[in-house]
Ligand binder design. Sequence first.
Ligand code: CP
Length: 308
Amino acid sequence: MSELSVKHLLGIKYLKEKDIQLIFETADHFKEVINRSIKKVPSLRDITIANIFFENSTRTKLSFELAEKRLSADVINFSAGQSSVKKGETLIDTVNNILSMKVDMVVMRHPNPGAGIFLSKHVNASIVNAGDGAHEHPTQALLDSYSIRERLGDVAGKKVVIVGDILHSRVALSNIFALKLQGAKVKVCGPKTLMPKHIESLGVEVETNLRKALDWCDVANMLRIQNERLDISYFPTTREYTQQFGVNKALLDSLDKEVVIMHPGPINRGVEITSDVADSKQSIILGQVENGVAIRMAVIYLLASKIK
Ligand code: CP
């Protein structure tokens, strides 16, 4: 397989396992490129990409921009807070105005679930979802699986627990789709109040005891509480949450194996993870960020090759 089965990257839900393998093989090549002294390739010299962000971001925004520049694409950046969205312009009008400047691809983060899907039906450009509300964050899940493959050799058969606010997490949903597609075994762990109803229908098991989840897994992906999406109180206090669902060095040292620790960022140090764990050799958190550039180069390169 030499091309993706999709024209847009809207969610992992729309990908096939072969798409993921193609993205990983392409990312392997780009990872080698970005570790050279000359980190740039001329592949996308004739492509213009708009990064439009309606929600805050550090990693994803910078990583996409760097990936685009490493591929020699022309890049424009748009932040809703400083735009005419504030004057009442609609999403479609905003994007069509950007596209009339001859833009080929739009990378969008938006607070509304399905915003990228909606846009793909109304504008003539390739759309990449950089996170849509509590729905999906496909490039995060791709870089997460790629990082597991790098550390453990393969994703198939590995036991992964996703810990934290599963209910409001687009990272959790995209990871579940990606890991299941590649044949990993997945558990989710967190307070019952932060567990979506019928989550088992996605082929995952629920575990509410963190110690048991860690005893079982090869990899623990620690998520932060999505405070910006909490409309009510889902647990008594942050301190209590940390006691039940936070990882610390003493807990990890008490296991009879070394669990790989992941986190998509941003980290709330001392809440879901202590600093000594986040900064330990067991943690691959900064490796995930590094791999994000190679994965996003691969996604953009493969989607650009489908633009007529
Ligand atoms: N992981 C992630 O999406 O981080 P940002 O919100 O900083 O982009």
